[in-house]
Write a protein that binds this ligand. Structure first.
Ligand code: SF4
Ligand code: SF4
Length: 233
């Protein structure tokens, strides 16, 4: 993995291009949410993105979340300017909460799609509606807590996480000194040091990591890297 460019001490180092790709993708959020009011077919951009992330997930896990998701990008680059950035409560890290939200959101979308009855404009409006619902919740949460708190429980992220259990996994090796710097720079407060093995290396569960590489670029012991179980078995 290419190292991020050096910045002054204490600042987060980032892999080059991630910020630029996020700023570009963030524009899709107002385009769909606001523009979709006038042109409901813009909602199909959401369907296109769902297709894109499912294809990417098979090769790079939740890479889409870390680099390309318009919602995640909006929260990380714009909402973060005003966010109070309080710690993410532990409930947002629990599986039952994540999957409860998944079932609720998928059920809501399915009901609305059935209601749309195959009409193109109404179907586009359903995808736009789902973005409005999730963005509203995400902005409310992200203003008070860390701006990407939604990404810890996002149903689309959860779907990518379980569809890529063995691909491009974040790996921690025994050089880790559990300094927690990785957790401080992680948009969803994942702590790779928690998985440090006695010897050798261990993988962080796919669903817990956006593949943003912030932690890899900031680990003082170079104990983190990405590893592909499918290609190394
Ligand atoms: S930043 Fe590196 S050394 Fe520190 S806890 Fe994380 S993985 Fe371990
Ligand atoms: S664990 Fe590392 S790569 Fe994964 S989301 Fe957190 S900072 Fe990004």
């Amino acid at each position: 993995m290419a190292a991020g460019k050096k910045r002054s001490k204490g600042k987060i180092e980032e892999v080059c291009c991630r910020k630029n790709s996020q700023l570009l993708m963030a524009l899709l959020l107002p385009l769909v949410v606001v523009g979709g009011y006038f042109c409901p077919r813009l909602g199909f951009i959401v369907l296109g993105l769902i297709t894109l992330f499912m294809v990417l997930a098979s090769q790079r896990g939740r890479f889409y979340c870390g680099w390309l998701c318009p919602m995640g990008a909006f929260h990380e680059r714009i909402l973060s300017l005003v966010s109070l950035k309080r710690p993410i409560p532990s409930i947002f890290k629990s599986s039952w909460f994540r999957w409860l939200l998944f079932v609720a959101m998928m059920s809501l979308m399915a009901l609305r799609l059935v209601d749309a009855g195959g009409d193109i404009k109404a179907t586009g409006s359903v995808f736009r509606f789902m973005w409005i619902v999730s963005t509203s919740i995400a902005i409310g949460l992200g203003f008070y807590f860390k701006p990407r708190i939604w990404c810890a429980i996002c149903p689309m992220g959860s779907m990518q996480g379980i569809s890529s259990m063995n691909t491009y996994l974040l790996t921690v090796d025994d050089n880790c000194v559990q300094c927690k710097k990785c957790q401080k720079v992680c948009p969803i407060s994942t702590y790779p040091g928690d998985y440090k093995p006695e010897s050798g290396s261990a993988q962080i569960p796919s669903i817990e990591c956006l593949r943003c590489s912030n932690c890899v670029a900031n680990c003082p012991k170079k104990a983190l890297s990405f590893w592909d179980r499918d290609r190394n078995s």
